[in-house]
Each structure stands twice: as structure tokens, then as C-alpha cells.
Design a protein around this ligand. Structure first.
Ligand code: GRF
Length: 213
């Protein structure tokens, strides 16, 4: 059994989709711990619903960024995870953390990278007038929102979209590509070559929602 640790800060809808897939598809992996940096994170209740133990590491209770970073690294290491999954974790990780979990640290970003790194991606997509938007699952490297891309999911942008309607559509695709990427990892099917990720045996790494306005 591989061990997964999931880091969250908020709502936990990706966490739910991952725990549902783990249960439904009988992965040879177990989410051994959820770590939340906000005591009010709704995702804490989601973890409990699935019987996953939760550690709360409140960054506001720490005296400095260094103290939080050290605690987060130590805590996460203590569970000896094969894979660390960022599911809406809104803190920048320390270099040490990223280095230690290199190639076993995944993130989901709500845009088709390299378009729209950073925050407020849906508003940026609407403002730019792109007709396709989406989400990217990638391995985490030192530079934010740049690491090797594992899977991408595209959704259409409609003329009357608002930030919330577009976010909802992107979340739908997030909830299918994140569990898929994790499943590939667990099955040992992800290979990184020259910064590119291949799935072996080969499988489509792009997805899209049906276009029905
Ligand atoms: C998602 O949009 C994800 O792409 C981004 O943060 C959000 C987390 O949402 N990294 P949730 O907490 O999983 O519902």
C-alpha cells in the first residue's frame, strides 16, 4: 500500500474527489493524513467524513514563516508518504520541502498552464477573452506553477460566463483529472523525461468537458 498525504487550506472539493476515487477504485494506496493550515478549512470535515485523520498546523499560530515551514516539513515527513498532494493548499512551500519530496509532490492549478499562473485565474481568463480554459495537474518544482505537466483538462468559456460559473465548470474537470493523475502515480505509470511527463503504457493526458452551453 502506498501512502498519500494531502495538504489543504479550504473547501476541500478536490480532496473529496480524490477520497471518493480511492474508495471506489480500490487504489493500492491509502490517504494516511490530511494536513490543514487553517483550522476553519471546510475540507477538515470532508476528511473526517471519509475517516481520514487530520493534523491542523495553523500558520497564524507560528511566530515566523521559518517556524511554520519547519513544522510542515517535519510533520509531513513523519507519515513517510510516497506521494504528497496539494489540494488547494494556499501556502508557498519552502525550498527544503520541495527538494525533499521532488517527483512525489503534485499540485492542481486552475488554468491551462503556462497560461495564467498565480491567483485569480478565472477572472484573468474572462478578461483575456480566451475560448478555452481549464486545469493542470503537475509535479511541483521550485518555481511556482511551472513543474512537469501530468494532465490537463479543458473547458469552454462562454460569452456570458462570470468568475463563479467558469470556476464551477473548471472544478468539474479538476475533479476528474486529479484522481486520474494520482492513480497513474500509484500504478507507477508516470515517467519524467527532460521535464516532460509520459504515462506508460501510453494513455491520453488531455481531457475536456463536453461543449454544451
Ligand atoms: C482549486 O481550484 C484548485 O485548482 C486550486 O485551489 C482550488 C481548491 O479548491 N489549487 P478545493 O479546496 O479543492 O475545493
Amino acid at each position: 500500500m502506498k501512502k498519500i498525504v494531502i495538504l489543504i487550506s479550504g473547501r476541500g472539493s478536490n480532496l473529496r474527489s480524490i477520497l471518493q476515487a480511492q474508495r471506489l477504485k480500490a487504489w493500492e494506496a491509502d490517504t494516511v493524513q490530511v494536513i490543514a493550515n487553517r483550522p476553519q478549512a471546510h475540507g477538515i470535515a470532508v476528511a473526517k467524513e471519509f475517516g481520514v485523520p487530520v493534523t491542523i498546523l495553523d500558520h497564524q499560530a507560528c511566530h515566523s514563516r521559518e517556524e511554520f515551514d519547519a513544522q510542515l516539513l517535519e510533520k509531513t515527513q513523519s507519515f513517510k508518504p510516497d506521494l504528497v498532494v496539494l489540494a488547494g493548499f494556499m501556502r508557498i512551500l519552502s525550498q527544503e520541502f520541495v527538494q525533499f519530496f521532488q517527483h512525489r509532490l503534485m499540485n492542481i492549478h486552475p488554468s491551462l498552464l503556462p497560461s495564467f499562473p498565480g491567483l485569480k485565474t478565472h477572472a484573468a481568463a474572462i478578461a483575456t477573452g480566451v475560448k478555452w480554459h481549464g486545469a493542470t495537474v503537475h509535479f511541483v518544482t521550485q518555481e511556482m506553477d511551472v513543474g512537469p505537466i501530468i494532465a490537463q483538462g479543458a473547458v469552454p468559456v462562454f460569452p456570458d460566463d462570470t468568475q463563479p460559473t467558469l470556476e464551477q465548470r473548471v472544478l468539474q474537470i479538476e475533479h476528474s483529472i486529479y484522481p486520474q493523475a494520482i492513480e497513474w502515480f500509484i500504478q507507477g505509470r508516470l515517467h519524467i523525461e527532460h521535464g516532460n511527463v509520459r504515462v506508460e503504457p501510453a494513455q491520453q493526458q488531455f481531457f475536456q468537458l463536453p461543449i454544451t452551453p
